[in-house]
Design a protein around this ligand. Structure first.
Ligand SMILES: Nc1ncnc2c1ncn2[C@@H]1O[C@H](COP(=O)(O)OP(=O)(O)O)[C@@H](O)[C@H]1O
Ligand SMILES: [Mg+2]
Length: 369
């Protein structure tokens, strides 16, 4: 069942440069799903969320909540925020400073006309869910950042909204607390089963929390897939770059083979030949690269290699050795298991990789391998 449907949504901010913050977005969010919007700062995540909440007015499109339109540019329908069955949590905790924790959490229940005893009962229930039942009489200033964010979450959950919107709720917390709260949020989502949209620029957070992940680029959704598909098969070179896949070869046909700024690729060129038209880019994760002493045997079938490299730096990181090297004009990053032979800065090196570990993009789109 679809809890939330966003159709062809467009939001432009007026001004000289007319930013199109949300550019023809279509998304269906299923009941109980946590959809993560992932993308760099400025790609339109917050604007999209605010349109769903009714805090921004879009110019085009439709938003349907539980089968009922709440926004429709064609008919002029635009339901105000308080009539949409939505809970929100933002990056800054935004608790009322002059109210105790309990009153903060009761606030949205009071606004819905829920009476005293029932209000208190529900506030305590939800405070227990976020493990803050012992903080009812405190004021926000007497709480840590992590506690304030849990209270903000409890306040949003208290009216049991159909849809929860979470905009980088963990971004202001320190690293350890983020991990803890992320785990806890995952458990709360499983326990309460609400439908959520979660905004983040952090891919690990997205992969941990997202039932599905939508990667955004300049107001558009570039890829919408399960976390593992986004990780293993980034649909475009933009997504691959955003995920931090740092080894990139721009390839051009040359003398019957393939050349790049890192030199000529040798070995099994089948992958490239099958897709040999258009602009080709090969992306490789650091773990995909193997390093060899020049002249050492290199596996042939299904492998590609580049000769003439030089080690720039080799860093022992405990479980792996992280090596930076230059091949031609290109800087490469290799992560190899400890014990597979360590190189010193200045050493000559040949690089190889399995062609099936490479992501090939033709005109920016992932090619089938
Ligand atoms: N109130 C506003 N007025 C004008 N432009 C805005 C406003 N809010 C956001 N923008 C612009 O819209 C784009 C998307 O912003 P935003 O939705 O905040 O992105 P994100 O949350 O992904 O960082 C950016 O180019 C931003 O500068
Ligand atoms: Mg934002």
């Amino acid at each position: 069942m679809q809890e939330l449907k966003i159709e062809n949504l467009v939001k432009r901010y007026p001004g000289r440069d007319q930013v199109v913050a949300v550019n023809h977005v279509d998304v269906d969010v299923q009941a109980g799903e946590m959809l993560v919007l992932l993308g760099p700062s400025g790609c339109g995540k917050t604007t999209l969320l605010r349109c769903v909440a009714g805090l921004e007015d879009a110019q085009e499109g439709r938003i349907v909540l539980e089968g009922k339109p709440v926004f429709d540019s064609a008919t002029g329908l635009n339901q105000p925020t308080h009539l949409r069955d939505i809970g929100m949590v933002f990056q800054n905790y935004s608790l009322w400073p002059h109210m105790t924790v309990q009153r903060n959490v009761e606030y949205p229940l009071r606004a819905r006309g829920i009476g005293g005893a029932e209000r208190a009962k529900r506030a305590l229930e939800v405070l227990d869910v976020v493990q803050c039942g012992h903080l009812t009489d405190r004021y926000p200033a007497m709480l840590s950042g992590g506690q304030q964010q849990r209270i903000a979450l409890a306040r949003a959950l208290a009216p049991r909204p159909k849809v929860m919107l979470l905009d980088e709720p963990l971004s202001n917390l320190d690293a350890l607390l983020r991990v803890e709260l992320r785990t806890h949020l995952r458990a709360i989502h499983r326990e309460l089963g609400f439908t959520g949209i979660y905004v983040t620029h952090d891919q690990l957070e997205a992969f941990n929390l997202g039932t599905r992940v939508a990667v955004m680029n300049a107001g558009r959704i570039e890829q919408l897939d399960s976390a593992s598909t986004v990780y293993e098969r980034p649909a475009t070179d933009y997504v691959a770059r955003f995920l931090g896949i740092r080894n990139v070869f721009e390839l051009r046909p040359e003398g019957g083979g393939w050349s790049s700024d890192a030199g000529r690729l040798e070995g099994d060129l089948g992958l490239l030949e099958r897709h040999g038209t258009g602009s080709l880019q090969l992306f490789l994760r650091p773990q995909a690269l193997r390093l060899h002493v020049p002249g050492a045997p290199i596996p042939q079938a299904g492998h590609l290699s580049l000769a003439g490299g030089r080690i720039v730096e080799s860093l022992y990181s405990g479980s792996e050795v992280d090596t930076v090297l230059r091949v031609g004009e290109v800087t490469l990053y290799a992560s190899t298991p400890v014990g597979s032979g360590q190189f010193k800065p200045g050493d000559p090196v040949t690089v190889s990789f399995e062609s099936r570990s490479a992501l090939l993009y033709v005109d920016g789109k992932l090619a089938r391998s």
